[in-house]
Design a protein around this ligand. Structure first.
Ligand SMILES: [Zn+2]
Ligand SMILES: [Zn+2]
Length: 131
């Protein structure tokens, strides 16, 4: 094996690692996924995480981005500013302003494959439960 081959192997490993870090969890709903990605990687001003979830979990839900716009979300973080809120009591660190899930939440509550409605951790800000 040459030095070149070693470099190539390393690059491939890193690429696979990056793919895993942004992979959609098993039965993870769209909002738990987007929330997790925005916390870890930020919002780039587009619906990139929503799109990635759709491609991975609900490729036929081609109107999902339009529905996001209908709840006032034109980028990933706006889903949580304008569209949806959590249904559980979030823990706030008063000194830093950071927010955490309560201990009772260990992850997404799960949705069936292909379902674009979020799990019961989320509700529409206007009191509706669906998109
Ligand atoms: Zn944003
Ligand atoms: Zn969820």
């Amino acid at each position: 094996m040459t030095v070149d081959d070693g470099v190539r192997a390393l690059e491939i490993e890193l690429a696979e690692l990056a793919a895993d870090l942004t992979a959609v969890g098993w039965h993870e709903c769209v909002l738990c996924y987007v929330n997790r990605m925005v916390v870890a990687h930020g919002c780039d001003g587009t619906l990139r995480w929503l799109r990635r979830w759709r491609q991975s979990s609900a490729p036929r839900a081609t109107r999902l981005e339009r529905r996001a716009g209908q709840v006032g979300a034109y980028c990933d973080c706006e889903l949580f500013l304008n569209g949806w809120d959590v249904t559980v009591d979030i823990v706030r660190d008063e000194s830093t302003g950071d927010e955490y899930w309560p201990d009772t939440v260990t992850g997404c509550r799960g949705v069936p494959a292909g379902v674009t409605q979020p799990c019961s951790l989320w509700e529409r800000l206007n009191g509706a439960t669906r998109w």
